[in-house]
Design a binder for this molecule. Structure first.
Ligand code: ADP
Length: 163
């Protein structure tokens, strides 16, 4: 029997947007299983806690049967190894993503020679969408319903009310 093809899609997802969901959908058609890997992120302060980000990712992916979300700590190459895969998905938007993403892909290859990074380009509507832009719009009361899943829009509204 053929081995299951698993792909890992790591990121901060602070919060998950329709751009991320679009990439997961595309990957879910190419691989048997897609695991969104939510980084704890020790280096940058996140807007949503790890628990909140994980809950929002799980809710946002519930209609994609072969995709799921899990959080991880440490090196993404080690987490990939633990999950039994060497395939890592990353999204590529504008040229501005390229340099950082290439650097990351090469560094991960240095850390684990078997890791292969697969870049996917989102649908046109999501090319200029980023989590930081969503956070900024929501923080001043802007409407983000067309940019993020409903649960994320609700969570952003709640955060604004709490602050
Ligand atoms: P980071 O790991 O740099 O914090 P994110 O967690 O926001 O980045 O995103 C994880 C991955 O998803 C990255 O490869 C990023 O380029 C990609 N991504 C983010 N937003 C979009 C989008 N709108 N369309 C396609 N890919 C995206």
């Amino acid at each position: 029997m053929n081995k299951k093809k698993i792909a890992i899609y790591p990121g901060t997802f602070d919060p998950i947007t329709f751009g991320h969901v679009n990439i997961v959908k595309k990957a879910s058609e190419m691989f048997d299983e897609v695991i969104m890997a939510i980084a704890i992120d020790n280096y940058k302060e996140t807007f949503f806690s790890l628990e909140e980000r994980e809950k929002l990712c799980k809710e946002s992916l519930k209609d994609i049967p072969n995709a799921r979300a899990e959080s991880f700590d440490g090196l993404v190459v080690d987490f990939a190894d633990k999950l039994g895969t060497n395939i890592m998905i990353r999204g590529l938007r504008a040229v501005s993503d390229f340099e950082y993403e290439l650097q990351l892909a090469l560094m991960n290859k240095k850390l684990s020679n078997k890791i292969e990074t697969v870049f996917l380009v989102p649908s046109f509507d999501y090319l200029y969408l980023s989590s930081s832009m969503v956070r900024n719009i929501a923080s001043v009361g802007g409407d983000v319903e067309t940019l993020v899943p409903k649960c994320v829009a609700d969570a952003l509204k709640q955060k604004r009310r709490d602050n």
